[in-house]
Design a protein around this ligand. Structure first.
Ligand code: NAD
Ligand code: MN
Length: 361
């Protein structure tokens, strides 16, 4: 029987609230799908920082190293600067564990209102480069306070970095019956890094994945096409900055933050990958018990899929879709009155009603 070690970091604000619901569904999957879990929770959040002056212990990454995956909630607290919570907890994990793929599904959900007149049938995934690119610490500010004050930011793209994100997107396409790669670029603006991006993306796709259809758009035009014809995309490949923006646009197209999961993935499985909702700690609703747990529960499904438990993952997504389609139980962000616990409970119930590997014998 497969046995997985899962590290859980619930974090701040609504993180622990939605994590509670996700863990119930995860335990139900364990019971019915024939794998076993060792779950360990780590209290690394803003409270921890206020007490210890750091977001995680010095050997935090070593502690996480032996886990098969990390399930993350959300982080962020008014008492701690955002650059500390993000740069001392999330970033070290993403970078230290070579999680160079940020994976975000964008899928229309039944019964969810979208801002589009024709928002049905959207089903694509975004592969955002997660380790280099525009978000680098190379550069800085000069001449502070003077007339000529300025900032310089270096984008760092490497051939190896472009090749590996391209391969990850193409392999995912091949393994999941997807047929088209859309690359986002801005090479028309004489950005050296984007020229390098285009060259190596095109080369890897044509040399190694000739069966896949390939297209490339300037990212500004692509943003418009996301709104005008989102159904025409399948696998979208983008650099760190472009992927960040496109994925929030994608999230907005299909119903918002409460419904959007993500994975920070190390495809080689040399290190644990980390799965987390796209949303933050939502201080405006934290403690009220009204957060939508769908993004966290769906992130748990992405984690199980990454671990190879595809069927458990599909059952979880199916349960989410069933509850949303019925529309009786909904949290406020999607037009209902339900609490976090009611929404999580409805998904758990729908999950348990489905056929399971164990009852089929
Ligand atoms: P946010 O995602 O926390 O909230 C944005 C809006 O969406 C709020 O109105 C919130 O109530 C709503 N919302 C978010 N998740 C929801 C859910 N599950 N159900 C219902 N409504 C939901 O973003 P923000 O307000 O910009 O940031 C708040 C804090 O979170 C900041 O400290 C920020 O740095 C942090 N943050 C952390 C992460 C992360 O942990 N990866 C991501 C984004 C923001
Ligand atoms: Mn973002």
């Amino acid at each position: 029987m497969a046995d997985y070690k899962i590290a859980v970091i619930a974090g701040d604000g609504i993180g622990p609230e939605v994590m509670g619901e996700a863990l119930q569904v995860l335990r139900a999957a364990e019971e019915s799908e024939g794998f076993s879990l060792q779950i360990e929770e780590f209290p690394w959040n803003s409270e921890y920082w206020l007490e210890h002056g750091r977001m995680m212990p010095e050997d935090g990454l070593e502690q996480l190293r032996s886990f098969d995956a990390i399930l993350f909630g959300a982080i962020g607290d008014a008492r701690v600067p955002d650059d500390i919570t993000i740069w001392e907890l999330i970033m070290p994990i993403r970078k230290g564990f070579h999680q160079y793929v940020n994976f975000r599904p964008v899928k229309s959900l039944p019964g969810i209102q979208t801002p589009l007149a024709n928002g049905d049938g959207i089903d694509f995934v975004i592969f955002r480069e997660n380790a280099e690119g525009e978000y680098s610490d190379s550069g800085g500010r000069l001449y502070a306070g003077q007339e000529g004050e300025m900032a310089v930011q270096n984008t760092i793209m490497t051939r190896a970095g472009i090749e590996r994100i391209t391969r990850a997107a193409c392999r995912y396409a091949e393994e999941n019956g997807r047929t088209k790669i859309t690359s986002a670029t801005k090479s028309n603006a004489v950005i050296h890094a984007n020229k390098l991006w285009d060259e190596h993306v095109q080369r890897v796709v044509s040399e190694e994945f000739g069966d896949l259809e390939f297209e490339q758009y300037y990212v500004d035009a692509l943003a418009a096409y996301f709104v005008q014809r989102p159904q025409s995309f399948d696998v979208v490949l983008a650099s760190n900055l472009f992927g960040d923006i496109l994925s929030d646009l994608g999230s907005g197209l299909v119903g918002g933050l409460g419904l959007s999961p993500s994975g920070n993935i190390n495809p080689e499985k040399d290190y644990p990958s980390m799965f987390e909702p796209v949303h933050g700690s939502a201080p405006d609703i934290a403690g009220k018990g009204i957060a939508n747990p769908v993004a966290q529960i769906w992130s748990t499904a992405l984690m199980l899929e990454h671990l190879g438990e595809k069927r458990a993952a599909e059952r979880i997504v199916g349960a989410i879709e069933e509850v949303l389609a019925k529309g009786k139980v909904r949290t406020r962000d999607i037009g209902g009155e339900a609490t976090t616990i009611e929404m999580g409970g409805a998904i758990l119930e729908a999950f348990n009603k489905q056929e399971s590997a164990v009852t089929e014998g």
